[in-house]
Design a protein around this ligand. Sequence first.
Ligand code: PGA
Length: 261
Amino acid sequence: MTPNPPGVPRRPAIIGNWKLWGTRAEARPNCERLLELLPDEPRRPASVGICPPFTSLDVCVETLRGSGVAVFAQNMHQQESGAFTGEVSAAMLREIGVDGVVLGHSERREHFGETDRALQEKVPAALIAGLRPILCVGESEKEREAGATERKLRHQVQEDLERVPDERLAEVVIAYEPIWAIGTGKVATPEIAQDAIAFVRALVAGRSRDAAARMRLLYGGSVKPDNAADIIAQPDVDGALVGGASLDPDGFARIVAAAAG
Ligand code: PGA
């Protein structure tokens, strides 16, 4: 998943987040089936990636080698080494051939105490190590109902990207994932996705217009084969971060196909 060069249209990206699914025994056949279903890289309508659990990363890297399908971790620690029991560094992920990392997923923020402060260090640490970060942002149902969506997005985008230099901003992928839509079957309307993602792009433009024009912004939250096309067709939506529906290679390949427009 190379960054978009200036002046070139943004290539969509479809990324499957396996969350806590995928033993090594499950991961290999899933990747093999996916490769059978996807068109070859030059004919693919989108960049494709998957995010398996740590223990299956190397199996996926090996099975997908040369296919153009990227492999992302679901988290990492911001430090290179030290007394951080249970953590994994960016360099450790690079060492086994991982391409990128999901950072700040709402499940990590909610259940594992992930903070904007840590993300402020994680996003640049990933870039420095050569990992493509996918930063997740999004509001809760309560925040949306209180009219606080933009305030929340502004806070997360500004805070989490604060230490990324302007010239590297375009390499970050941001996934707008409204918490009320994750795993609930309650997908955002294409209009809601477009509005929020256009707002995020405008926030990035406040730092760098060039980066905002090149940065890929994804939607995530109950994306399925039958609703993906309408969402991805929105002008500011550059693809999807897919949870549940990415576990079935057939459905996931249909979502990739939906990026063709
Ligand atoms: P979902 O998850 O597609 O199962 O709603 C999306 C995500 O958490 O990235």
